[in-house]
Design a protein around this ligand. Structure first.
Ligand code: SDX
Length: 436
C-alpha cells in the first residue's frame, strides 16, 4: 500500500476534535481512507451495511473495474486467459501470482491429477442424503467433511498444509461434484482417469457409466474448461468475503471453503445461474418470445418481486466481461450440438436485447452477468440445472483458497470482528413472570 500525499480530514459540526485520516493508493483502482484508528480516537464506527463503500482487505489477486467492465486475474485480462490458457494454468496463476512455464505447467497438472480420488469412506456421507437432495446441500457437507480426512492439511498457519490442501481441494472438487450428481441419478460413481484433462475427467465422471464409457467432445471440454476459468475468482464477492471471515478465526481451510460453498448457493450470488435458466424455462412455458413483454412488465413491477436473473451486478455497471465470453461459448457449443435454433437461446438473446435497450434496465445499469449465459451452455452440455451452482463452486474453489492464503500470509491480518449500530432496548430489569 502506498501512502497518498492527500489526507482526509474528518470534522464534526458540534465542535468535537477533527481527525486526519491517512489515504492509501493501490496499484490501480480507487484509493482507500484508512479508518483503523477512527473508533479509538472518536468512539464512533463507520456504517456501511452490504459494504458498498468498504475495502475489507489489501489484495493482489483479482482486479475489477465495474465501469469499464474489466476483470484481471493477477494483472492478466480475463479475455486473454479464457482464450490462451486452461483452467489449471489459471489456478497456478491465482495461487502463485505468475503463469506457469512449460515445466511448471506439467508438474502442477500432474500434482493435481494425482489427487483427484477422494477417500473411499467419503462415499458413505452421500448415503445419508435423500436422492433428491440439492447438490449444494451435499457439497456443503462433503467439503466440510474433508476436514475429517486430510489431517495433514488442516493447519491453516502451516504453509506446507496450505499448499497440499489447495492441491487436494482443486483436485477433488470435480470428483465430489460428479459423485453428488451420480448419487442424485442413482448411478454408480465413476473414478477419475489420470490420462484425461481436468475438464475432460470431470465430464467423464459425470456422464460415463460402467456399461458405457464417455469420450469427451473437445468443443464441450473446452467450453467446460472456459466456464471454470471465468468463475475462478472475483475479488471480494460475498462467498470470498465469507471464506476470509471464516478463515480469520484460524479454522481449517476445508471448513472455510465449505462456508464459501454455503454462501455461493444463494440466488443473489452463485445460485443465479440456476435461477436464470429456471426463469428462461418459465418464460418459455408462458409462451416464449411472444410473452416477453408480459414478463418484463412483472420485472418492472416492484410488488412482483420478480428479478431478471442473470442481470445486474454489485460492481459491474457495464457488461460483465465474463458474460461476453460466455455468450461466445454459448454459440460455439450450441452450433457444435446442432442446437442453433434452441428456443431457450433465442429467448435469452431477445431478453438481453430488451435489457440493453429498455430504459428501466439501462438507467439501473443492469447488464447480463456471467450467470446469464453459463446456464444455457451447461444445459447444452447436459448438466442438470440443479448442478450449475455446484460447478460454480468447483471453479471458484481456487479463488477462495488463493484469497484465504493471501489473508493468512498477511502479517497484519487478525480475526474479523465487525461492530454495529445498536437500536435495541437499553438496559432494563427482568420482572417476575407474574408481573410481565
Ligand atoms: C454473481 O459479487 C460478485 O462478484 C458476484 C459474482 C462472482 O463472480 O462472485 O459476480 C457472481 O453473484 C453475479 C450476480 C448474480 N446475481 C444475479 O444475477 C441475481 C439478479 N441480480 C440482482 O439480484 C442484483 O443485480 C445483484 C444482487 C446482483 C446486485 O444488486 P445491487 O448492486 O445491490 O443492486 P440493487 O439491488 O441495489 O439494485 C439497484 C436497482 C434496484 O431498483 P431500484 O430500487 O433502484 O428501483 O436495480 C434493480 C433493483 O430492484 N435490480 C434489478 C435487478 N438487479 C437489480 N431489477 C431487476 N432484475 C435484476 N436482476
Amino acid at each position: 500500500m502506498t501512502p497518498s500525499d492527500v489526507k482526509a480530514t474528518l470534522s464534526f459540526s458540534d465542535g468535537s476534535p477533527s481527525m486526519d485520516l491517512p489515504i492509501f493508493k493501490g496499484s490501480v483502482g480507487p484509493d482507500v481512507i484508512d479508518i483503523r484508528k477512527l473508533y479509538g480516537q472518536t468512539g464512533k464506527f463507520t456504517y456501511d451495511p452490504g459494504f458498498l463503500s468498504t475495502a475489507s482487505c489489501n489484495s493482489k489477486i483479482t482486479y475489477i473495474d465495474g465501469d469499464k467492465g474489466e476483470l484481471l486475474y493477477r494483472g492478466y485480462p480475463i479475455e486473454q486467459l479464457a482464450t490462451k490458457c486452461d483452467y489449471l494454468e489459471t489456478c497456478y496463476l491465482l495461487l502463485k501470482g505468475e503463469l506457469p512455464n512449460a515445466d511448471q505447467r506439467v508438474e502442477f497438472t500432474k500434482r493435481v491429477t494425482n489427487h483427484t480420488m477422494v477417500n473411499e469412506q467419503m462415499q458413505f456421507f452421500l448415503r445419508g442424503f435423500r436422492r433428491d437432495a440439492h447438490p449444494m446441500a451435499i457439497m456443503t457437507g462433503l467439503v466440510g467433511g474433508m476436514s475429517a480426512f486430510y489431517h495433514d492439511s488442516t493447519d491453516i498457519n502451516n504453509p506446507e498444509h496450505r499448499e497440499i490442501c489447495a492441491i487436494r481441494l482443486i483436485a477433488k472438487m470435480p470428483t465430489l461434484v460428479a459423485m453428488a450428481y451420480k448419487y442424485s441419478v442413482g448411478q454408480p460413481y465413476i473414478y477419475p482417469k489420470n490420462d484425461l484433462s481436468y475438464a475432460g475427467n470431470f465430464m467423464r465422471m459425470m456422464f460415463a457409466t460402467p456399461c458405457e464409457d464417455y469420450v469427451p467432445n473437445d468443443v464441450l471440454v473446452r467450453a467446460m474448461d472456459r466456464i471454470f476459468i471465468l468463475h475462478a475468482d472475483h475479488e471480494q464477492n460475498a462467498s470470498t468475503s465469507t471464506v476470509r471471515l471464516c478463515g480469520s478465526s484460524g479454522t481449517n481451510p476445508f471448513a472455510a471453503i465449505a462456508a464459501g460453498v454455503a454462501c455461493l448457493w444463494g440466488p443473489a450470488h452463485g445460485g443465479a445461474n440456476e435461477a436464470a435458466l429456471n426463469m428462461l424455462e418459465d418464460v418459455q412455458r408462458m409462451g416464449g418470445v411472444e410473452k416477453i413483454g408480459e414478463f418484463i412488465k412483472q420485472v418492472k413491477d416492484k410488488n412482483s418481486n420478480v428479478k431478471l436473473m442473470g442481470f445486474g451486478h454489485r460492481v459491474y455497471k457495464n457488461y460483465d466481461p465474463r458474460a461476453k465470453l460466455m455468450r461466445e461459448t454459448c454459440h460455439e457449443v450450441l452450433s457444435a450440438m446442432g442446437m442453433n435454433n434452441d428456443p431457450i437461446l433465442k429467448l435469452a438473446m431477445a431478453l438481453e436485447k430488451i435489457a440493453l435497450e429498455d430504459d428501466y434496465f439501462v438507467s439501473r445499469k443492469l447488464y447480463p452477468n456471467v450467470d446469464f449465459y453459463s446456464g444455457i451452455v451447461q444445459r447444452a452440455i447436459g448438466i442438470p440445472v440443479s448442478l450449475f451452482t455446484a460447478i460454480f463452486a468447483l471453479a471458484r474453489t481456487v479463488g477462495w483458497i488463493a484469497q484465504l492464503n493471501e489473508m493468512i500470509s498477511d502479517p497484519e491480518y487478525k480475526i474479523g470482528r465487525p461492530r454495529q449500530l445498536f437500536n435495541g432496548s437499553p438496559t432494563r430489569d427482568v420482572k417476575p413472570v407474574g408481573e410481565r
